[in-house]
Design a protein around this ligand. Structure first.
Ligand code: NOJ
Ligand code: CA
Length: 713
């Protein structure tokens, strides 16, 4: 027995040529780097003695004749460092963020080629980040990546919450399954989208959330995706090992590199408490500090919009039904008959502005204001919009003046139809047009297949476009909310004018057939780890045939669940997406959307379980007010929270917006009740949550006026 063990240890030792270890600041995480025989770099990660990532290979395969950066390495240097600082985001979930890690940088020298690659590891208390770095050197200047070959060998057949790998869309519902079941469920999980490219029946997107049988929560993602292709994860179902799979460009290449350069960070978040994952700031911390000197013009905003009425088919983006084709500059809109259903008309926009002003919203998004919508996708059309020519019934100057006179700003809309070349062709004029007319925020969009033809939504070429649009917008002091762009990776730390992104399945899908009721419990564990989402919550009328008799879709959520989303889905940009008339019908519930803050000094996750529930409490920036949101999944449940985050010795008034006893996302979504009680930091709440339901609470310090006649919770 002893002999066998000794022999085994001998074999192990002879495989490892060189090894370094890194511990997290609190010692819970251990990362081991090792060079295996043949000079193959590997790493592994343990949490409290349990394997999270088993020994996994590192490296990149290069195109054609280049020797790949996979083996034949020796360690020529190792450097360690510790880092601990607090930084203040321009907007965020908390006023100050701690960035604390231990670092190991391993310099690898490839023997035959004399080339150098550094692997830099940063180990935080809640996870690992690592990236490849290519310093300036003679023998590695320009190179083309065939594939990045980073492995993530999982230590068990975990439960995974995944969406299919796709080069062009992220707008999928999550599938929950064991890792080993992904392949069998892939076909069913790929639902229709206007642009989509599946490439492997074992590939999933990041951020990927997993839970092990023994209660470890593990998340794989990336941070600081700049000048590089977005990473998918391809699973080998036999070994349960993921390997990076980059998005190819039109030629099938995966990255054109010029040293000095780096890859994005690959991240592995891990904890035995799910709340640590949703609260993690690893993605932001791995991005560069803010590069915008003057950020005074960047501000969170709550908005309404001429939008849901088009999404539901009640009105149209197009001005007329008479034009099968549009040629900008030639088509004369004054000569065609309006269709009578155009949403972005002066009178309607004014109504939204009035509504916004009356209820304290800062923005009104108007889509369908510009010429070209009659013919905007499906034909790979290059010159599709010019972003400066309004329809005859949309008076840019008058409407902006009207909005400004009421303390409201119109939010610009640039649907590019994925004609990226055309957008770049017009971008300066388009942003200048915004400045000239008083707009300071733009929602952009990338529906349909990318032009230049053959490029994909997440390849290196277009990642550079998204970045170009953000940086250019910053030059014009414009805030950006990009839809269908690549999933965010924390770049909003560096460019906080990126106040929103869609890049996942948003509320619009409730009008295109519905989303799973537990979708919103998964977004904070996945998509939101990279940055805020323009999810567009706040739908009160779930039966969409009431808006458009031809729309038979149902919003799978209760009203109380919709309210809670303003707290559970953190974003400095929050829409009240429903029609004003639906808010007027439920004006007491609408009060929560009016009151809820959008910028925060503090955030606490009180309960969290992927796919089942999230309960968050947040303290409004510069105020004593707190807001709580709790969303559930498919099954009804009882949420138990306490209020120990409140100041000791103070009494507060809590207004609780909860599901009615008979509420259900499908059969009775509009059943809710509202009650007011007094709470202190000793209070406890046991609150029932319906199927697809939730609750929202606003908490303000008690005064003699607002607390009259109220009972303690
Ligand atoms: C898709 C976006 O997600 C949606 O919000 C927008 O209204 C349409 N594209 C049209 O641009
Ligand atoms: Ca979309």
């Amino acid at each position: 027995m002893k002999k066998t063990l000794l022999g085994f240890l001998f074999v192990l030792a002879s495989c490892v040529v060189s090894a370094q270890q890194l511990k997290s600041p609190n010692g819970n995480l251990t990362m081991d780097f090792a060079l295996q025989s043949g000079g193959v770099p590997t790493y592994k990660l343990d949490y409290k003695g349990k394997a999270v990532i088993k020994t996994s290979k590192l490296g990149l395969e290069l195109k054609k004749d280049e020797k790949s950066l996979l083996d034949d390495f020796t360690v020529s240097d190792t450097q360690t460092a510790t880092f601990d600082e607090n930084w203040k985001p321009v907007w965020g979930e908390v006023a100050s963020i701690r960035n604390q890690y231990n670092e190991l940088a391993v310099t690898l020298k490839q023997n035959k080629t004399d080339r150098v690659m550094i692997v830099r590891f940063r180990l935080f208390d809640d996870g690992l980040g690592f990236r490849y770095e290519f310093p300036t050197q003679k023998n590695l200047v320009y190179f083309v990546i065939k594939e990045e070959r980073t492995q993530f060998a999982m230590a068990g057949d975990h439960t995974a919450f995944w969406i299919p790998g796709d080069y062009d869309t992220q707008e999928y519902d999550f599938t929950t399954s064991k890792l080993s079941e992904i392949q069998g469920l892939m076909k069913k999980s790929v639902t229709a989208n206007l642009s989509q490219t599946s490439f492997s029946d074992s590939a999933v997107q990041t951020s990927l959330m997993m839970k092990s049988a023994d209660g470890l929560y593990i998340n794989l993602h990336e941070a600081a995706l700049i000048d590089y292709a977005c990473m998918h994860l391809n699973l080998d179902p036999k070994t349960l090992t993921f390997q990076s799979w980059l998005t190819p460009d039109a030629k099938g290449d995966k990255g054109y590199m010029q040293a000095p350069c780096t890859s994005p960070w690959r991240t592995v978040m891990v904890s035995d408490d799910a709340r640590d994952i949703v609260a993690s700031k690893i993605t932001l911390n791995l991005n560069e500090p803010c590069k915008i000197d003057d950020t005074s013009w960047i501000h969170p905003v709550k908005y309404v919009g001429v939008w849901w009425e088009m999404i539901t088919g009640k009105s149209t983006w197009s001005y007329t039904d008479e034009l099968p084709s549009v040629q900008l500059g030639i088509t004369d809109y004054t000569k065609v008959k309006p269709n009578g259903k155009h949403g972005a008309n002066n009178a309607n926009v004014k109504r939204y502005i009035d509504f916004a002003a009356k209820h304290g919203f800062g923005g009104v998004l108007v889509e369908g204001w510009n010429q070209g919508w009659e013919d905007w996708f499906g034909h790979s059309k290059d010159y599709v919009f010019d972003f400066v020519s309004p329809y005859p019934d949309f008076d840019v100057k008058m409407l902006n003046e009207y909005a400004h006179s009421k303390g409201v700003k119109i939010i610009m809309h640039h649907e590019t139809s994925s004609s990226v070349r055309n957008y770049e062709r017009h971008i300066d004029k388009a942003y200048q047009f915004m400045k000239d007319n008083g707009y300071d925020a733009v929602k952009s969009g990338y529906v349909g297949d990318i032009l230049p033809r053959g490029e994909n939504h997440y390849d290196q070429w277009i990642i550079n476009h998204y970045q170009y649009a953000i940086e250019k917008a910053a030059d014009y002091k414009i805030m950006v909310n990009a839809h269908e762009a690549v999933r965010p990776t924390g770049i909003c730390r560096t460019y906080p004018n990126m106040i929103g992104n869609e890049s996942a399945r948003g509320t619009e899908y409730q009008s295109f057939g519905g989303s799973k009721p537990n979708h919103v419990t998964l977004l904070p564990f996945t998509r939101l780890l990279g940055g805020p989402m323009d999810y567009t919550p706040g739908i009160f009328e779930m039966d969409l045939s009431k808006l458009n008799p031809e729309n038979h879709s149902h919003v799978n959520s209760t009203i109380a669940n919709q309210l809670a989303l303003y707290v559970t889905l953190y974003s400095p940009l929050q829409m009240a997406a429903d029609l004003p008339k639906n808010y007027e019908r439920f004006i007491d519930a609408f009060q929560f959307i009016k009151d809820v803050a959008i910028d925060w000094d503090d955030s606490k996750y009180l309960e969290a379980e992927p796919g089942q529930y999230i309960t968050a409490a947040r303290k409004a920036k510069g105020k004593q007010d707190w807001f709580i949101g709790s969303v559930g999944g498919n099954d009804p449940r009882t949420s138990n929270i306490n209020f120990n985050f409140l100041d000791k010795g103070k009494t507060y008034v809590a207004t609780i917006y909860a599901d009615g006893k008979d509420a259900h996302y499908k059969t009775n979504p509009q059943s809710y009740n509202i009650r007011k009680v007094l709470v202190t930091n000793k209070s406890k709440l046991s609150q029932w949550v319906a199927s697809g339901g939730g609750y929202a609470i606003s908490i303000v310090p008690a005064t003699s006026e607002n607390s009259k006649g109220l009972k303690k919770l």
